[in-house]
Ligand binder design. Structure first.
Ligand SMILES: [Fe+2]
Length: 190
């Protein structure tokens, strides 16, 4: 059942695509131009919904199983659920900062930059840590019956009927955002 880990890594690739979009818009903001706020808000909305409704629950199920199978090793790799909550908190700060800008409130450009960059950097570090430390340890520790149980839990949670809907919904959203970003880039001078 290594496919579950492969799926999670693929989901990370998708998250990275959106982080890159946000980063590109941030560089527009940094050089003093107006970023495409429609794109920025769409990325924020995506991050408000996708990780907690689709990606993190899967990782949490895997982490739970890992803890049960190998509590000593699992205790050394940190608390994924807490990190996921931290990510959500950082995202809320991003959403607030962008809202302030759009409402015309006085706020230092550098402060906005710091808040958004902090979110992007931590998301990247978090995913890299999962891929370098957590997933290999999980693959090492879990037995076939553990994977079968995880697959069952995932099926119970998302169900064979819901999963395609979920995947479809988020891949459509991603495609739209990437297309909007492409158009925004094409329209930018320089
Ligand atoms: Fe992850």
């Amino acid at each position: 059942m290594k496919e579950i880990i492969e799926d999670l890594c693929q989901e990370h690739r998708n998250i990275e695509k959106l982080l890159r979009v946000l980063e590109r818009e941030l560089s527009v903001f940094d050089r003093g131009d107006r970023p495409d706020y429609e794109v920025v808000l769409a990325v924020i909305d995506y991050f408000k919904d996708y990780p907690d409704s689709c990606h993190h629950p899967k990782e949490d199920i895997v982490a739970e199983k890992f803890k049960a199978r190998d509590p000593i090793v699992a205790s050394t790799i940190g608390d994924l659920e807490a990190e996921h909550r931290e990510g959500a908190r950082r995202l809320r700060r991003v959403a607030q900062a962008v809202e302030h800008v759009l409402n015309g409130q006085e706020i230092l450009r550098q402060t906005i930059d710091d808040i958004i960059r902090d979110f992007i950097n931590h998301e990247r570090q978090h995913m890299a840590m999962e891929e370098r430390v957590v997933f290999p340890a999980v693959l090492n520790a879990l037995r076939p019956e553990d994977w079968a149980d995880i697959a069952q839990q995932l099926a119970d949670r998302y169900g064979p009927l819901h999963q395609p809907d979920f995947d479809e919904k988020f891949s459509t959203l991603r495609r739209n955002i990437l297309k909007m970003e492409e158009e925004a880039e094409a329209e930018r001078p320089g």
